[in-house]
Ligand binder design. Structure first.
Ligand SMILES: CC(C)(COP(=O)(O)OP(=O)(O)OC[C@H]1O[C@@H](n2cnc3c(N)ncnc32)[C@H](O)[C@@H]1OP(=O)(O)O)[C@@H](O)C(=O)NCCC(=O)NCCS
Length: 260
């Protein structure tokens, strides 16, 4: 008879490791954790890898030494600045399914132009970055619209959002979204909107998590043909829209983001 045993992770030990890391915001080595827990380095290393796979912790290299930290404590939210543009573009290039096409290159240049305008001219509270160990890993850009469609109150809009695919699931999106909503509240805004493609389930659940629901207006769009002369100029009057199914940024894609 063959006996198969499965080693189940000790949740209690995971919690103790997380508690120790909570007390070491500058990071802790596996050997230090092992000593504190009276365990072998090998055992602790196994648990660290499992926690890393679950995106609960991450490490940074100091020379050849791994310094382990809680994923969320190492993250900070700050205002976006002009110098962040390249990082924003890189994140969007990592997200987009149509990267590399001519249309996409054009759309990326619109994104750069629009993001720069938001960063330079809009309320800084509306443009936020998530940073992990000094690197920009996510961004969110919003705006306040004073009047639209006969509504009687100012409305907040989330125009663009992205988290580096390598750093998803670490809470950056949540922190960015919650920080922006809190900044809208600080500006007296109680209604916030955005646009999401109906088939993007992950984005929809993200916004549901932040408290968003379908609202009682119907988005409408008309495809209006361009005069031949404008087509020859590259169709710039189209607002940089990509064909259905490709995307750059939510509200900008829908042509709403340039109205600030
Ligand atoms: C949506 C997005 C911002 C989430 O970022 P993230 O840092 O991975 O999110 P978080 O780790 O903070 O997760 C927060 C919550 O969002 C939801 N969520 C995030 N990713 C999800 C996914 N792939 N599927 C389902 N829900 C998801 C969950 O409710 C999650 O909470 P939980 O971890 O307790 O379940 C990120 O996936 C993204 O950038 N997507 C692409 C956005 C885009 O298309 N932008 C176009 C350019 S503007």
């Amino acid at each position: 008879m063959v006996t198969i045993s499965v080693e189940m992770p000790d949740k209690n030990l995971e919690t103790r490791i997380l508690k120790l890391l909570e007390k070491s915001p500058e990071g802790a080595q596996a050997s230090g954790l092992a000593a504190a827990l009276d365990l072998t380095r090998h055992t602790v290393a196994k648990y660290l890898l499992a926690l890393e796979a679950g995106n609960r912790i991450h490490y940074r290299l100091a020379g050849r030494t791994k310094l382990w930290k809680l994923a969320s404590s190492a993250m900070r939210i700050r205002y976006l600045v002009g110098g962040d543009l390249d990082s924003i573009i890189n994140i969007v290039l990592g997200i987009s399914r149509s990267a590399g096409t001519d249309e996409h290159k054009k759309a990326v240049s619109y994104l750069r132009e629009t993001a720069l305008r938001h960063i330079e001219r809009n309320e800084p509270l509306m443009n936020l970055a998530a940073e992990l160990d000094g690197r920009l890993i996510g961004f969110i850009i919003g705006e306040v619209r004073a009047w639209e469609f006969g509504q009687t109150e100012k409305t907040g809009w989330i125009n663009a959002l992205g988290v580096d695919p390598k750093h998803r699931g670490k809470g950056a999106g949540k922190k960015l979204g919650e920080a922006l909503l809190s900044n809208f509240r600080a500006l007296g805004i109680t209604r916030v909107r955005t646009l999401v493609n109906w088939y993007e389930g992950d984005l929809l659940s993200y916004f549901r998590m932040l408290g968003f629901n379908v609202f009682n207006m119907t988005p409408l769009e008309a495809k209006i043909g361009l005069p031949a002369s404008a087509k020859q100029l590259g169709g710039s009057a189209s607002g940089g829209k990509l064909p259905h199914g490709r995307k750059i940024c939510n509200a900008w894609q829908a042509g709403t983001g340039d109205r600030a």
